[in-house]
Design a protein around this ligand. Sequence first.
Ligand code: ZN
Length: 109
Amino acid sequence: MAKQINETGYRVVVEPKLLEAFWYRGILGDKGAAQRLKDLRSLADQIADQIKRHVDGVGNIEVEAETEAVCSHCGSGWTEESAVYNGGCCAEDEGSNPAYVARACGEAI
Ligand SMILES: [Zn+2]
């Protein structure tokens, strides 16, 4: 037995990349990352509305967020299986190191 991937359905994925390309080229000015995300969300909502109005055969359409896991302290990409310790990406994260926490608890007793 080996793992096998079967296709079980299809959907159309629409990505509003053009505006993102404009940002990279500086055409829309220098905006902060938070404002760029708001603009991108707004554009995605507009595209979804336009698809609802103009495209036949659409059963459902929704805007999904792309996500990434990062350290809440320093913003580094999350690389570990643990939900509380990211391998020591920063001093605050190192404070959650299970080995360190176990030692600290042992000393306290
Ligand atoms: Zn960190």
